[in-house]
Design a protein around this ligand. Structure first.
Ligand code: M6R
Length: 608
């Protein structure tokens, strides 16, 4: 939700900032802006729409300067208009960009208005810049004025501040929203995500909660929330920079779908042997596994769906109770924590505000320990959890999560088996499961081979307004994930139900205009699911079935059949995910929507 970039250099920073914004567009893309400090003062451009609209303004009227801040917005307070786009100013000499939400902005706004400040936007952000301006009246040092101001703010923020008479420094700060410092040679930077700065540096400092940072060309000075100077370690980014290129693909989403065999291998690598799960993957403290008596999984969106699958695995393989909950619910209720419960969070980004809040709450509630399954090693979630299992999917740029989901499932499978081994799973069964996992990348490749067929099927969805996804067992969360993917990028209303629930209500929706997407695994539920399909066919519903050939459903009339490889039942949820990702991708392409940056959404949800 919103991305910020800041730079101080000996060269013009405009290009650096614009490139940074383009790389951050996944965080929000309804408007953007840049403020550049040069010897004549602070000048800015703001534009509604994607960063290209801002680039167009620079093409007509370039801005030149060696210190600057920039922002790409995902609207929270106020519509996506130029007036609401950042940077926001107090007077014409102090500019600020902000990611996050200031919860007490209303009383602060009233206070500032009483002091004579005029507001030009509807944003919560504008109060911060006026507060700093006000603080400067009694404390002329910009750094101290920012520090004083931050104590008045409730909520979450990452900010960057420039002032026209400060030609050798700018100030940034974070609390609740991510911010990383990029360290260069005679130039330094900040950004919401290190990806935004990979074109200028590979050296990063991850700021801690409450940190305020003063950046000059030659120095980065970090103050903690007590105002004490702190040394924070520099990390060197080790992803392949090409991971952020689309390569031969038209969209990031398709590139990321096709990367799945490779990244699932990377997720398994070093975590399983020929016969066993290697518990060393949980770090030196893997002793916690034997003490677990319950598991609470908390996550949002797609990550929550991965957690739902894991519930089936943990209860089935380990025989331990497992509950799964969306973080935005968990964080606001009184939670009963049974003895020896593992608190497990799932997050692609590791920056989702609700999941982080849930983790912080859980840490006060007496859980056995906290484990994060996450894709971003440097994320807040990873840093704040006792234990981590990284999914190793590499950067995921498309807003619709694909490879992050299947690698989360892979990591959850490893975790479920590891817990099960401590709860009596036989060595023989462990070996069987590990063998199945080893074949997973190949099966995912097989599933991808249906791409051309699915593209043809997708054409039939172009004029549909609704769709119903059905599954049973682990296929129910996959049906939920399939329906989320379809609505997210094609804007077709879609719902998912456990197939057995059909006759309890949703059957009323079924007619010749309603496509029904049924996920049919080859297990002991097959006959029951076939009966559910009969119920749909009898009411004229248009059936799209995803199953292996041995189910015999490929020869049925009135069924559009897509073959999914026949696999060990433990792998079914992962392998069945692939055709659903391809289906939503092709439907979105046919409909001409913005596949990688669907309307109203953002990749990293760092606000409540
Ligand atoms: O980064 P996280 O996994 O914590 O994000 C959670 C959700 O916001 C995310 O999965 C969202 O639902 C995806 N856009 C779905 O494709």
């Amino acid at each position: 939700m919103c991305g910020i970039v800041g730079a101080i250099a000996r060269r013009n920073v405009a290009k650096i900032l614009l490139e940074g914004l383009s790389r951050l567009e996944y965080r929000g893309y309804d408007s953007s802006g840049v403020a550049i400090n040069n010897l004549d003062g602070v000048s800015s451009h703001r534009a509604v729409g994607k960063v290209q609209a801002l680039r167009d303004k620079f093409a007509v009227e370039p801005l030149d300067g060696k210190i600057g801040i920039a922002h790409t917005r995902w609207a929270t307070h106020g519509k996506p208009t130029e007036a609401n786009a950042h940077p926001h100013f107090s007077g014409d000499d102090l500019a600020l960009v902000h990611n996050g939400i200031i919860e007490n902005h209303e009383p602060l706004r009233r206070e500032l208005k009483a002091k004579g400040y005029e507001f030009k936007s509807e944003t919560d952000t504008e109060v911060i810049v006026h507060l700093i301006h006000d603080a400067l009246k009694t404390e002329p040092d910009l750094l101290k004025a920012v520090q004083n101001t931050l104590t008045k703010l409730h909520g979450a923020f990452a900010i960057g501040v420039v002032k026209n008479d400060e030609n050798d420094r700018f100030i940034a700060a974070r609390k609740g929203s991510p911010l990383v410092v990029g360290v260069g040679i005679e130039e330094n930077f900040v950004a919401s995500d290190q990806l935004a700065l990979l074109h200028v540096t590979d050296q990063f400092i991850f700021l801690e909660e409450g940190d305020v940072v003063e950046l000059t060309r030659d120095q980065v000075t970090i103050f903690d929330d007590n105002g004490e100077v702190q040394e924070r370690p520099i990390s060197v980014f080790n992803h392949n920079v090409d991971a952020t290129d689309k390569g031969e693909f038209r969209h990031y989403m398709m590139k990321e779908i096709y990367e799945q065999p490779k990244v699932i291998s990377a997720c398994l690598d070093g975590r399983i042997s020929e016969t066993k799960v290697l518990t060393s993957c949980f770090g030196a403290e893997s002793g916690f596994l034997k003490d677990i008596e319950n598991v609470h999984i908390v996550a949002c969106g797609t990550s929550y769906h991965a957690g739902m699958v894991a519930k089936y695995w943990i209860e089935d393989l380990a025989g331990l109770p497992c509950s799964v909950e969306v973080a935005s619910e968990y964080r606001y209720r009184k939670v009963a924590v049974p003895k020896n419960t593992l608190f497990l969070t799932l997050s692609q980004s590791g920056e989702t505000a609700d999941t982080l809040a849930a983790l912080r709450m859980a840490k006060e509630l007496g859980y056995l320990t906290t484990l994060a399954i996450c894709n971003v090693p440097s994320s807040t979630l990873v840093r704040e959890s006792a234990l981590t299992l990284l999914t190793n999917a590499g950067p995921e740029i498309g807003v619709a999560s694909t490879k992050a989901f299947t690698t989360q499932l892979t990591a959850l499978l490893i975790t479920s088996v590891a817990i099960a081994v401590e709860n009596g799973l036989s060595a023989e069964k462990e070996q069987e499961l590990v063998q199945a996992m080893r074949s997973l990348p190949a099966y995912v490749s097989d599933a991808l081979s249906q791409d051309a067929h699915i593209k043809v099927v997708a054409d039939r969805f172009a004029n549909k307004h609704n769709a119903l996804f059905l599954g049973r067992g682990t296929m129910f969360p996959i049906a939920l994930e399939g329906s989320l993917k379809l609505k997210e990028i094609s804007y077709i209303h879609a719902e998912a139900y456990p197939a057995g629930e059909l006759k309890h209500g949703p059957l009323a929706l079924v007619d010749e205009d309603m496509p029904i997407i049924a996920l049919v695994p080859h297990n002991d539920m097959l006959d029951k699911l076939k009966s559910n399909l009969q119920e749909v066919a009898a009411r004229g519903g248009e059936l799209y079935v995803f199953a292996d050939k041995d189910t015999d459903l490929n020869n049925e009339e009135n069924i559009t059949f897509t073959e999914v490889p026949k696999v060990d039942s433990i792998l079914e949820p992962i392998v069945h995910t692939i055709p659903l990702q391809l289906l939503s991708y092709h439907v979105a392409v046919v409909k001409g929507t913005d596949v990688d940056q669907p309307r109203n959404l953002a990749k990293s949800v760092t606000v409540e």
